[in-house]
Each structure stands twice: as structure tokens, then as C-alpha cells.
Design a protein around this ligand. Sequence first.
Ligand code: NDP
Length: 449
Amino acid sequence: MKNYDYDLIVIGAGSGGVRASRLAAGYGAKVAIIEESRYGGTCVIRGCVPKKILVYGSMFASSIEDSRGFGWSLTSSKHNWESLIGAKDKELDRLENIYINMLKNAGVDLIAGQAKVCSENIVEVKGRKYSASKILIAVGGKPFIPDFPGKEFVITSNEALDLKACPKNIIIVGGGYIALEFAGIFNSLGAKVDIVLRSNKVLTGFDLDIRDTITSELNKRGILIHNNQSIKSLEKNKNGQLKLELSRTTLISEKVMFATGRKPNTCGLGIKEVGVNLDKNGAVLVDAMNCSSIKSIFAIGDVTDRINLTPVAINEGRVFAETFYNKNPLRLDYDNIASAVFSQPQIATVGLTEEQARIDFELDIYFSRFNPMKNTISGRNEPTMMKIIVDKKTDKVLGCHMVGDDAAEIIQGIAIALKCGATKKQFDETVGIHPTSAEEFVTMRQIKS
Ligand code: NDP
């Protein structure tokens, strides 16, 4: 047995890397974690957490509007962007400290700097070499911006979270999770928002009814969606305004944000050079045990470009540590992983879309669009949409989809039912909580014709 400095070196202190390190150290492994930036990774520092704080901050705009129907008359409701960003930054500092302390308390060595993998068991940081029996790559991803003239003027979600002021107008290119979440934030805080798509609908891969419902709701909130556009160029005028030349129109705005997907962070990491197989986007190719083509090098989280969600990375970290440091071989089940888009209104989904399910099953579709109780008094014209996809033959629920208030909170519970293989009959036998929107999921009886 060779004498290594560590049993495990983890590169990247985001959600997946931190979970794997802490657990492995807890099981007695000698662990080091290397981080070049802040502890917490995309989720805590540049993604889920700061984004959700801004979503919460911006959602008060509709609450204030809605409150009028309930007898409130607020004379002033001016928003202070700087104060929201300050509160967000303070919370990120608090969380980062918690991450650092958790790692230290678990006995993990913290190494600051950029890691370069030099061989299958050696990692170099700031000229110093560290050896380990296993190396775990958990470096996540970063925003991808396609090439075009003027690309240097755009911002991504990284910068959007730290703007000095809320823009009066913003163009958002892309129609995925990040685009819709930021469109909601800026729109609710009073900015004029234009969304630019290369295709004809937002949220590729989501259920068609979700895509159509959210499009209609975004339009109602004043967000303009420009479909089927390709990017020609971006110029900055003398007055600082940005002119975005598209294939079928030209848009002018104070800010242009690209939310056109993310790329694995493997460039410069040295893993390709030591023989780790990557896909064409730079993602580490791994087997079900998270092992790469080199048997001492593993990868988890967004850098593997499987399902790029924080809880997935955390669970991949857990499975890795259990398997190799607790003699408890586990594999993550990737079926029925729920996810949410924190757009306004919110979207959440679990299981198959109708389009996916039709390939293998004969279906009963249950569909409901209704005015949630709060809206009857507030006067808000924003119906909630719910959909249940059922295998006609077995009665098993294959997918549930929702657009509306609290969709993420509701679908998280429904995801447990799907994980347990629930049938529509079991949904029907579940007694609802009244009055809620959620109860619609257990009271839908009409099959969509
Ligand atoms: P997505 O993959 O969700 O969406 C990318 C969007 O950019 C799509 O609309 C895509 O168009 C468009 N696009 C891609 N390339 C180009 C191009 N060259 N020119 C023009 N448009 C382009 O990526 P996001 O950046 O929104 O998010 C990245 C990932 O992060 C998500 O997939 C998700 O896994 C995760 N995430 C999860 C969140 C959550 O759980 N709430 C929140 C934020 C991110 P088309 O549809 O035509 O392909």
C-alpha cells in the first residue's frame, strides 16, 4: 500500500464536494478539500441561495399589489436594491462561515488555491504537490456564452446577483431556469424585461402545458418574449445603452444578460492530460460509482453534467462517501427527481412530461386550471395550473406538473408519492387539506379529452 498524504483530495468546495469531504472524514478518512474561490460553490455563492433571496425580495411587489383587495392601503412601496443586495451578501458570508466551520470540525484540511491534477494520485496547488489515494473532482460549472461580436458587454447570472443598481430595462437571452428566474426578479422590481429565444418556446424539455402556461403568465406580467431569434451582434452606444442585433429585430437596453446554459469547469484542471475521458462539453464521464476512466479519479455534481441540481450533487457526494469510506455501496436513483423554476409564477415538476410518457405508455391525463382562493379577493388574473400524468394500464402516476404559488413546496411532497410508485387511485383516496391549492392534486377526477 502506497503512502499518500491523504486518503481523499476533493477539488471544489461546493455542495457535492463539501458533503463528500465531511462524510468521508467522519468515517475516518484523511481528507483535504481544495477551493480557489469561496466555500459553498455555485449554490451558496452564485446560484440557488442568492437567487432565491432576490426572488423573495422581488415577490413582495405582487404581495403589496394583492394586499389592496384585502383592505391594505400602502402609501409608499419603494424598493431599495442596495439594501436587498447587502442583506443577501451578509447571508452568504454567514453561510460560507458555516461551511468552513463544518469542514474544519469534521477534520478536513482546507487548501486555498487553484488545483491542477498532475497524475492519477497527485494534485498541485500554488506549486505544492499533494498526494491522495483518491481524487474527487467536484468543480461544478460556469456560465456558457456563445461567441458573437460584442460578447464582452454581456453579463451572466454571476454579475446579475451583484449589480450596483436594479436596471430599468434588461434583455435576457435564453429561456431556461436561470433566464426565467431572473426575468421574474427584474420584472417584479420594475424593470422592463425582454426575453430572447433561439427556439419558439421557453423551457425546452418541460411539459408543453407548463411551457404554454408560463409563457402566457410572463406576457401578462409585461415580459416580452422574442422567439426564433439568432444573435448577430451587440454594440455599446455613446450613452452606454446596449444595442442587440437579432436576426429578426433589434433591441436596446441598459443590460444584456446571457442565461444560455452552463459548462463544466474542467478547463485547465489537468485531468484530460492525465487520461480522464471528457465529453465534448468538457464534462467528466463517470460510471454509476462516479468513477472516471482513471480508477483513482472520481467526479460528482455539475462537472459530470448529469442532472445539474444541488440536491443531486449532495446525494452524489453522500453516495460516494458511503460507498468508499463506510463500506456501504450505494447508487443514486435518478428517477423522479423533482425540480422547480423559481419564476413568477413558480413552476415545479416531477416525473415524466406528457410528451415523454406518450412514447412508452397509453395515458390518462388529468388537467386543472383554476383561480386560487387568494386571487378571488386580490383580483390577480393568474390561474394555477396542475397536471397529473397516469399510465392507463397500471394506474401509476408517471408525472405531476404545476405552475402557481408554492409549486415547489407542493411538488416536493408529491415527489415522495411518485418515488413510492403511487397510483392515481391512491392520490384519489388521499384526503385533501382545505382550503389549499395543493388539494387539487387529490381531487382531480376528470380525464382530459
Ligand atoms: P438551461 O439549459 O436551463 O437553459 C439554457 C437556455 O439557453 C435554453 O433556453 C437554450 O435554448 C438557450 N441557449 C443555449 N445555447 C444557446 C445559444 N447558443 N444561443 C441562444 N440560446 C441558447 O440553462 P440555464 O443557464 O438556465 O441553467 C443551467 C442549469 O442550472 C439548468 O439546466 C439547471 O440544471 C440548473 N439550474 C437549476 C435551477 C433550479 O433548480 N431552480 C436554477 C438555475 C439553474 P433551447 O431551449 O433552444 O435549447
